[in-house]
Design a protein around this ligand. Sequence first.
Ligand code: NAP
Length: 301
Amino acid sequence: MGKQSLHVGFIGLGIMGRSMSRNLHRAGFSITVWNRTASRMEEAKAWGAKIAPSPREVAAQSDVVITMVGDTPDVREVVEGPAGVLAGAQEGLILIDMSTISPDATRQMAARAAEKGVKMLDAPVSGGDVGAREGTLSIMVGGEKETLEKVKPLLEAMGENVVHCGPIGAGQTVKACNQIMCGLNLLGMVEALSFAKKAGVDPETMIQVTTRGAAGSWALANLAPRVVRGDLDPGFSVRFQQKDLRIVLEEADRLDLPLLGTAQVHQLLRSVQAHGGDDDGTQALVRVMENLGRVKVTPHE
Ligand code: NAP
């Protein structure tokens, strides 16, 4: 499909969606947007997006619709609700959900979309707000390969690592794997920092050496220096990490698969939430370690 002739709808202009939709526009696609909070559409209007009054109207005007909202019920609402995408979709529409949601719910939604002649892909992302802004996201795609081929130029305008992971739901499954590892690397990082501090070794020195060795991780390279500076701002919020770990644990439950480490990280982050840390960055997990071990890793106030 040629860029000019392809009409792309974008639903959800949050931290991620506002940059992703803009990158599509920059790449030459014609974009129609909708956001629940209307004021957030002003920015998109200023860079040249068309505004629609509902997801249904976005779908009626589009060949491809992308959703980038919050949790599973939010995607259900904008896709299957009375003013949702499926209510306005023409046969042949391609729906790409890029939110992080349940793989199982994704498969159910794709089946309902198919009844309307709509092809669905799940395409969750990794790379955060920076990746969204710079168009460098990793995109994990589930669904039919032929459908992916049709929309690949769109996904490549938003990310640089677009990988077909398998049938519908496989993108969300790979994203769940990503979140398992993010959670456990996070725990490893805050435990190592607490250990270094209590044992009397400079945490910054520990970070410097281990980052390049076998223990290296994204959390160690990016979050550990922030912890040492006492910077617990998001990045990626505890609230979202907990949503993602909940999705992982629900799916593991369905699969009869014990995930001991993931469950532990989920419970420890719950303690961060109980102390009002929902909107902190996930590195706020260090607070739990500080309390458990009577050790101060972040700078003294
Ligand atoms: P965000 O800033 O909180 O934005 C969420 C967007 O979804 C907003 O546009 C919001 O509309 C909309 N929304 C939420 N619930 C809705 C509903 N029921 N009906 C209609 N619209 C609804 O979130 P984000 O950071 O952009 O994240 C979006 C998705 O990407 C999530 O699934 C998240 O897990 C995933 N993700 C995020 C990151 C990250 O670093 N932030 C990284 C990878 C993946 P309003 O403006 O009206 O609130």
